[in-house]
Design a protein around this ligand. Structure first.
Ligand code: FAD
Ligand code: SF4
Length: 475
């Protein structure tokens, strides 16, 4: 009998727009085992080639199928220390699942959903699956506690090194805590639990409220530690250079999402963080950040409209200069946003934001676009259609157009070579920078990318730091 791909149980769209609790509810054991049955156990599986950290996918799926969950956790954690997170946010459709042989003629095995199932099982059992290695006596400082820093720290801990993470915010997790909303990635149940389990199992020390470049400099860390890994991400938002961006009601997705997530603005007044949400909101961009902003705005509108969530007259638009084929966000997020009522304005670009007498946003002047030849990103470029300008009535504009590294960490420190975009120059295979004893990886090197690519970079750097600390390689 041919088993269909098992659907993930989710909260219905009408319910979920009125709360911030997780949309996707996870597989039950029965659903997980049924889905695992679909794997063909290929002799030469290609799914693993699509995984940036090379999880042994067929083996962990087989362990789920036979109900050997402790073994599934152990297989998973030997390559990926944050499976409950990756299972929720990785763009599987362009990674492992895009290589699954079943996808050639039908639907691929739901590898991401199974990964999440294994990760959640490990969290409920508080099973980390791997332990700290015998102490080497070497000390490593990790700057930044996002996926790159956490992955690097976990591998170095397993190798027996003494690891300290320095984090500028009051809580660890990077974008996982301040960017991605609760309805996609629960903070207490998943992130805090995943980080605490890893830190406990591997003896990793996490020091929060430490801004490197201010509280301590890189030079001071170099004096005390045998190696440093920089995983400070890309937290500085980009805006369009168009008239009107200083009007009241224009903000970056970073500010909006940080208020909603990290500062718990969605629980106002229980948490004292005001978050403005307009009646007619335009989010500029169509990546994951844009989807998260649009869906958060929609929820805030519904919740503030009252218990029945009547949003009559309220709208949230995604304004994107290209077509649906070029949308960079995860497929599932786009589908969920549509189901929830987000309106997509494709081939549209703002050219000016218009304000009222009080300096508040009242509208956006936009222009229609058409697709041209592919640009450097490989996606088709967008070209303005002459004479097609029109006004869109909005009272809030949220820019979600990408980010660059925050230069604060490099204050009072000379010599680390960076590109003209502000990213750190580092070897892709090893993470080595131009300074002896300093490695870097994740968004601070690549610019805004993905959780798993940041983790992959952290792991490659950990392997190289280990070789260096053992005297097997120069820095
Ligand atoms: P970060 O996660 O940015 O972590 C860097 C950490 O360093 C932060 O905690 C920061 O506070 C800290 N730091 C910075 N400067 C200093 C300093 N001077 N001293 C000490 N600490 C410092 N990717 C996906 O794969 N799937 C998704 O669905 C997805 N959705 C996203 C949604 C949003 C809203 C955003 C913003 C990003 C999303 N991404 C997604 C991208 C992904 O989250 C990032 O690529 C990833 O988090 C990068 O990891 P990182 O460790 O390099 O940096
Ligand atoms: Fe299973 Fe698909 Fe991987 Fe083959 S490619 S082993 S069917 S998950």
């Amino acid at each position: 009998m041919k088993i269909p791909r098992q659907a993930m149980p989710v909260q219905g769209p009408e319910d979920r727009v009125q709360n911030f609790t997780e949309v996707a509810m996870g597989f039950t054991l029965d659903l997980a085992r049924m889905e695992a049955e679909r794997c063909l156990k290929c002799n030469e599986p290609h799914c693993m080639e699509g995984c940036p950290v090379q999880v042994n996918i067929p083996e962990f799926i087989e362990a789920v199928r036979t109900g050997e969950m402790a073994k599934a956790v152990q297989i998973m954690k030997s390559k990926n220390n944050l499976p409950a997170i990756c299972g929720r946010v990785c763009p599987q459709e362009v990674q492992c699942e895009s290589r699954c042989i079943l996808g050639k003629r039908g639907e691929p095995v739901a590898i991401g959903r199974l990964e999440r199932f294994v990760g959640d099982y490990a969290l409920t059992k508080k099973a980390f699956g791997v332990t700290k290695g015998p102490s080497t006596g070497k000390k490593v400082a990790i700057v930044g506690s996002g996926p790159a820093g956490l992955a690097c720290a976990a591998d170095l801990g397993r190798m027996g090194h003494d690891v300290t993470i320095f984090e500028s915010l009051h809580t660890p997790g990077g974008v996982l805590v301040y960017g991605i909303p609760e309805f996609r990635l629960p903070k207490e149940k998943v992130i805090r639990a995943e980080i605490e389990t890893a830190a406990r199992a591997l003896g990793i020390r996490i020091l929060t409220d430490y801004v490197i470049g201010r509280t301590l400099t890189i030079d001071e860390l170099l004096a005390e530690y045998d190696a440093i890994f920089l995983g400070t991400g890309a937290g500085l938002p980009m805006f369009m250079r168009i008239p009107g961006i200083n009007f009241n009601g224009v903000m970056s997705a970073n500010e909006f999402l940080t208020r909603v997530n990290l500062m718990k603005g969605y629980r106002f007044p229980e948490f004292d963080t005001p978050v403005k949400v307009g009646r007619r909101v335009a989010v500029i961009g169509a990546g994951n950040v844009a989807m998260d902003s649009a869906r958060s705005a929609l929820r805030l509108q519904s919740i503030r409209a009252g218990t029945n969530g009547n949003r009559t007259g309220a709208e949230v638009h995604i304004v994107y200069r290209r077509s649906p084929a070029e949308v960079p966000a995860r497929l599932e997020e786009v589908e969920h946003a549509r189901e929830e009522g987000v309106i997509f304005d494709f081939l549209t670009n703002p050219v000016e934001i218009l304000g009222d007498d009080e300096g508040k946003v009242r509208a956006m002047r936009c222009i229609r676009m058409e697709l041209g030849e592919p640009d450097q990103s490989g996606r088709r470029s967008s070209i303005p259609v002459e004479g097609s300008e029109f006004e869109m009535e909005v009272d809030q504009v949220i820019f979600a157009l990408g980010t660059t590294p925050n230069p604060l960490v490099f204050s009072n420190f000379e010599g680390l070579q960076r590109t003209r975009h502000g990213t750190v120059m580092a070897n892709q295979e090893t993470g080595r920078t131009t300074i002896k004893g300093i490695w870097a990886g994740g968004d601070v090197v690549t610019g805004a990318a993905t959780v798993i690519s940041a983790m992959g970079a952290g792991k490659r750097a950990a392997a190289d730091i280990d070789r260096y600390l053992k005297g097997e390689a120069d820095s």
